[in-house]
Design a protein around this ligand. Structure first.
Ligand code: NDP
Length: 463
């Protein structure tokens, strides 16, 4: 598309040059005016196509991203939402229009596990960028379809196979050459963590350190949704993540821990001390690779006592299992008959747990996510803490969703904006810290996730 646009521009330049070289009369003047207008129209049309975005998924994160896209209609000229159930996409559009945003948003049904269905949709709509806000299971099918149809790609979570609770970037990094050869950009992990956590780190490296040696990503949800037990994003993905073994990086090695084995209180701004648990988190993998001076990198997340008690029970009674079990169930339309069905216990649990999208209304309190970094500047030791606090109620008032969806959906929109503005555009597969953090940091302040900095405060987190 960029090529067509350039060719049209060149044609226009040629016509203008020829026109200025020739002696004009009324007829040629009129002809050149018409020609110029028609080419200008084509240029506008091509530009418009270049800002055509297709978002896949219609959950909590997608709802927030859609609101933010509608609020930035000067950048996002055409927009479609597609998901497994079209009615969920239509509900998002209704909610956006009910808040007074007038953007014309198309919707469609697609099963993103099926590359052929994705290819049909992408060929019909011809998006310049596909934003993947479905589940990590669909990352590779969507990347395949993007390559087949010449679309750029952005997501917020790295690929996970359905039958194994294990995530790492190798599967998606393997696409680097194919995206390079196709001249397409893929931006990985552009939520908050991963996402803003990587951008904070890149910003620290660019502006505040000569050498970063220690990185602690600290993620606190001090909110209360008044439910006995609920997860803040997709329960299946969330429980798979939390029940995994912990992993952190020290002196060139990855050290594994039992799930949630290491914990300590960490103080969060405006919240106070909260017990925080060391977990494996995907951005550590790319950050230690991109910043090789980092000697220690860890990720911490807070959990309340009640949450952990329920999680323990869920695990002990087998409800967090991700393998299939056979169950004999009555038929929905004839309960006198039964059928043997396969059930994945964790997927069944998801069906009965509160939907994270419905938590917003009664959610109080705030989240606080940031990076605490240690290293050297001008030969002296320096500590740097950069963070955002996000109120669940403010997020709900703006988008109908709680703070965790908000802190993920806003960066996804900003990443898309960076791409459409040509600021984050280079063929290949990239993590967010591979791009210039400055324009992104500027937008965080504008789009609802302002950040704050603390310099040279003693780092309370023990090594
Ligand atoms: P939800 O479960 O609320 O939404 C996922 C959406 O994807 C749903 O609308 C679902 O459809 C749709 N979907 C699932 N499978 C398919 C499929 N095969 N084809 C088409 N659509 C499908 O999840 P969230 O909104 O909470 O999370 C979205 C993504 O954001 C996840 O990948 C999650 O891991 C990531 N995330 C990233 C964070 C970060 O900071 N980086 C933080 C939080 C989440 P249906 O509605 O029919 O179920």
């Amino acid at each position: 598309m960029a090529k067509i646009y350039r060719l049209e521009r060149d044609r226009l330049d040629n016509i203008e040059q020829r026109h200025s070289e020739q002696k004009s009369d009324i007829f040629t003047d009129y002809w050149f005016k018409q020609k110029k207008e028609s080419i200008n129209k084509n240029i506008i049309e091509e530009r418009r196509k270049m800002n055509r975005v297709l978002m896949i998924g219609a959950g909590g994160v997608a709802t927030v991203a859609a609101f933010k896209i509608a609020q930035n209609a000067d950048v996002f000229s055409e927009f479609m939402i597609a998901s497994r159930r079209k009615e969920k996409c239509d509900d998002i559009v209704k909610a956006i229009h009910a808040k007074g945003y007038t953007m014309d948003i198309k919707t469609a049904q697609v099963d993103a596990d099926e590359v052929d269905q994705l290819k049909t949709l992408f060929s019909d709509y011809q998006p310049d960028l596909v934003i993947n806000l479905a589940l990590p299971y669909q990352d590779l099918t969507i990347m395949e379809a993007c390559l087949a149809c010449g679309c750029n790609y952005l997501d917020t979570a790295n690929y996970e196979p359905k039958d194994e609770a294990h995530f790492e970037y190798s599967w998606q990094w393997a696409y680097k050459k194919r995206f390079e050869d196709a001249g397409l950009t893929a931006i990985l992990g552009c939520g908050f963590d991963p996402g803003v956590s990587g951008i904070y780190t890149a910003y620290a490296a660019k502006h505040h350190f000569d050498e970063m040696t220690h990185l602690d990503i600290v993620d606190c949800n001090a909110g209360d949704h008044h439910k006995a037990f609920a997860t803040n994003f997709n329960p299946e993905i969330n429980i798979r993540e939390i029940t995994q073994k912990g992993l952190y990086y020290k002196d060139g090695e990855w050290i594994e821990t039992e799930p949630l084995e290491i914990h300590q209180p960490i103080t969060y701004p405006n919240i106070g001390p909260r017990e925080s648990y060391l977990m494996h988190h995907e951005e550590l993998e790319s950050l230690v690779k991109n910043y090789p001076t980092i000697r220690q990198a860890r990720f911490w997340m807070t959990f309340g006592e009640q949450y952990l008690k329920y999680l323990d029970v869920i695990q002990n009674i087998g409800m967090s299992r991700i393998d299939e079990i056979t169950y004999e169930a009555p038929l929905a339309d004839d309960p006198t008959k039964t059928a043997r069905v396969k059930i994945v216990p964790l997927q069944f649990l998801k069906a009965v747990l509160p939907n994270p999208q419905d938590l917003g209304e009664n959610y109080e309190g705030e989240t606080s996510i940031g990076c605490r970094i240690r290293g050297l500047k001008d030969g002296k030791e320096r500590t740097y803490y950069v963070y955002n606090n996000c109120s669940h109620q403010a997020a709900y008032k703006e988008t109908g969703m709680q703070g965790v969806s908000y802190t993920t959906g806003v960066p996804a929109m900003i990443g898309a904006m960076m791409f459409l503005k040509g600021l984050w555009k280079k063929p290949g597969v990239w993590n967010v810290e591979d791009f210039d953090p400055d324009p992104f940091m500027e937008q965080l302040n504008i789009q609802g996730l302002p950040w704050h900095e603390v310099f040279d405060e003693e780092n309370e987190i023990k090594d």
